[in-house]
Design a protein. Sequence first.
Length: 213
Amino acid sequence: MIERIISVIFPNRCPYCNKIIGSGLTECGECFKELDKTPKISHTDAGIICISPFFYDSKVRQSILKYKFRGVAFNARSYAKAMCSAVESAGIKDDFDIITFVPLSKSRERERGFNQSEKVAEIVGEFFNKPCRALLVKTKNNKNQHDLNLVERRENVRGVYSVCKNEDVSGMRILLIDDIVTTGNTLSECLNVLKDSGAENVICMSIATATLD
Ligand SMILES: [Zn+2]
């Protein structure tokens, strides 16, 4: 009953076109049909391969900006669903046993109220019935990658991540999730930290893939 009242006052809205949608839905039927969710494989400047269900443009870009900066957390379900179908189409469902995400610095997470990649990663974990937890911490505050060029981006992420003190990642096969991949430097740094600590395999995924302006 309470849920029904809430859904009348605050109805769910399609993450991509803002139309009101039914309570069990994650996006409207039109956007579901229109959005191309076939896996995009990015061979990034940083040398890593990243799989994403979306290109970072038009409706998807607007939607992710609202998600990250205006805290529209509902959108996470639709992104996670698209990522799960990308995992299945790419045939990598059995190639990882645990899911993790790119961490934010403590101050950034406090400011935003949540970690956008963690939220999506959790739902992907539920879907595949595999554990999702923080394996990495961000130990230094750095500049926002968005404001930097290709060379600066590489330098900016160096040494800012490490494996959580209470975790032993040796032998782990990990699905590592970020929100948007551009040059791949953030994911590459995280992947190297995990592999240097003994992870057997790390697959990189993001909600969307962008090109450097
Ligand atoms: Zn829509």
